[in-house]
Design a protein around this ligand. Structure first.
Ligand code: ASP
Length: 412
């Protein structure tokens, strides 16, 4: 019985749980609230992973550069592309959310709200000061992601500066990152139960209107991701890398399939690397550097989704947002995507960071968590395609690509 359960791929169990949860909720009605705690337990378990995951994976990612000089031409270009595309993606999410209003008209009075984060009147100076941790331990205890990222990056740079002496510590972070991924896999086994409970709760307490708005959110998530892949990445390949777009996508088809089914950039990493090197002719040094760094920090699908989901939360709970809030959301979404680990559900956890910056109730997380996995699959495909697109573009800018190999790789 147990063996049969584990034989079914996780994503299939999750989708079955989603459908069954909706049906159970519609029959059960408001009493479905009784099992919401199972969903909360699931979300809490993912949250528990945030600090150690970001800390280990970011330090390990920077330390993997090997030496500080690598941060030069290749690193600089890759980072610029990561940041610009991340910002465009976040604004795309905001535009889709504003235009289509997926959360409008949902009656959330049945949801018991906990304390809503109050956005404090922060000035630009306050914001800059707040990303430097007063105490790294405090920052970890409070799960404050931005100062944590700054601290992790500094430790990574310190490891590189220490050269030979830094290597033992780099190894510890490497192994910590791997161990945390395994712990994540354990927590992910809770997904079908969490999804079932959350969907039953949403369907039972809020009814078909809420389901319709969630369906809209899922649709917009797919639309946003397809626009990023079909327009932004295609334009980057055609106009900056000056390479045939069709050949690019044909070359990464394996990575697309694996990322969609695993919902994990990290799990897809070896496949992405193989596609970029073997099928697209990118040199080994550029491929391994850009693709592995990208798997941790380049997440345009996630950035777009965080922008969209924040507007969704604001709409269902009637929070008014100013243009200044939009700017703040675009920045925190991009940073949240940088901080998200390349594992299933990471984008969901990062919502707390973005919501907190503009005062959107955290209950939104429970509300959307039931449908997160199907959105996550598409976000991850977008994230992984972005890693490959940036690797190809940087390689073509620095003359590290074998164009003949890319174009002749039709039958891979
Ligand atoms: N699962 C995504 C990834 O691995 C991150 C996310 O949840 O958005 O790329």
């Amino acid at each position: 019985m147990l063996a049969t359960w584990f034989k079914i791929p996780l994503w299939q169990r999750v989708i079955a749980a989603l459908v069954l949860g909706v049906v159970a909720g519609l029959f059960w009605g408001p009493d479905a609230e009784q099992i919401k705690w199972i969903g909360d337990f699931f979300i809490k378990s993912i949250k528990m992973l945030v600090v150690p995951l970001i800390f280990f994976s970011l330090v390990a990612g920077v330390a993997a550069l090997g030496d500080l000089r690598k941060l030069g031409s290749v690193g600089g270009r890759a980072m610029i592309l990561f940041v610009i595309t991340g910002q465009i993606a976040a604004w795309l999410g905001l535009a889709l959310g504003t235009f289509f209003q997926p959360g409008k008209g949902v009656d959330t009075s049945a949801i018991q709200k906990g304390e809503t984060p109050v956005p404090n009147e922060t000035t630009a100076v306050d914001m800059i000061l707040s990303i430097v941790p007063d105490s790294p331990v405090q920052v970890m205890a409070d799960v404050r992601v931005l100062p944590l990222i700054v601290f992790a990056l500094l430790i990574g740079i310190g490891i590189l500066m220490a050269k030979e002496d830094g290597k033992p510590l780099a190894k510890i972070f490497d192994s910590g990152a791997i161990v945390m991924q395994k712990v994540t896999m354990i927590v992910m086994e809770l997904t079908p139960f969490g999804v079932f409970a959350l969907m039953a709760w949403v369907a039972g307490t809020l009814g078909p209107d809420a389901l319709l708005s969630l369906a809209k959110l899922v649709g917009l998530n797919y639309l946003g991701c397809l626009l990023i892949i079909g327009v932004m990445y295609s334009a980057m390949i055609k106009f900056i890398a000056k390479l045939p777009v069709i050949d690019f996508f044909r070359g990464i088809i394996d990575a697309i399939a694996v990322s969609y089914s695993t919902a994990s950039s990290n799990a897809t990493l070896p496949v992405t690397l193989r596609c970029v090197e073997r099928n697209l002719g990118v040199s080994n040094s550029v491929a391994s550097f850009v693709v592995s760094l990208g798997a941790t920090i380049n997440m345009n699908g996630t950035a777009m989704y965080l922008g969209l989901a924040t507007l969704f939360g604001a709409q269902i709970f009637g929070v008014d947002l100013s243009f200044g809030d939009y700017v703040l959301i675009s920045i925190t979404s991009t940073l949240g995507a940088v901080g998200a680990a390349g594992i299933p559900g990471a984008g969901l956890i990062m919502m707390a960071l973005v919501f907190g910056s503009v005062g959107v109730p955290l209950e939104t997380i429970a509300f959307v968590a039931g449908v997160d996995r199907i959105m996550d699959m598409m976000r991850t495909t977008t994230n992984v395609s972005g890693d490959a697109a940036v690797a190809v573009t940087v390689a073509s800018m620095t003359g590290e690509i074998d164009r003949a190999e890319m174009i002749s790789a039709d039958d891979v």
